[in-house]
Design a protein around this ligand. Sequence first.
Ligand SMILES: Nc1ccn([C@H]2C[C@H](O)[C@@H](COP(=O)(O)OP(=O)(O)OP(=O)(O)O)O2)c(=O)n1
Length: 156
Amino acid sequence: MDQGAAAREILPEATSPQTAAPPAGDPLLPVTLGELQELQASFAKDRDWDQFHSPRNLLLALVGEVGELSELFQWRGEVPRGLPGWTPPEREHLGEELADVLLYLVRLADVCGVDLGRAALRKLEKNAQKYPVDACRGSSQKYTAYQEAEAEGSKS
Ligand SMILES: Nc1ccn([C@H]2C[C@H](O)[C@@H](COP(=O)(O)OP(=O)(O)OP(=O)(O)O)O2)c(=O)n1
């Protein structure tokens, strides 16, 4: 049984055309990329939306959702980590937009025949070779020293 079928067996309503998406705090957690891929594929199939899920359409939908995500940060200035001051509804909205981006990305990879998990792991490996720890730690120290010198300079 594939991962998506297993997911649907645990929670059949997750992909039913008549019902909403899985509720929060659901038994599918923690979820894998493969399970999300299967759930997204079933979502589209159930609605006869496969015809619209072409690579180009999905890419445009993905970019649209990245735009919606960007709007949440627009005009706020720098936003510290942990998003202090953001209200629960704002945080929920952020989660929704991030999810839209992820779901379209997973679907795009699927219809393009790319194993996203494998590709991401390969890319992590490549990144690690391109940016060796020692070289980067050295340069971030240099960067901190540079920032301190700049701050000192702006005081005088
Ligand atoms: N043809 C479609 C339409 C929607 N979805 C899914 C993927 C996204 O997770 C979500 C996007 O739905 P909407 O287009 O309604 O966009 P939003 O949820 O962002 O709504 P809104 O634009 O009103 O904020 O639904 C999909 O897979 N395929």
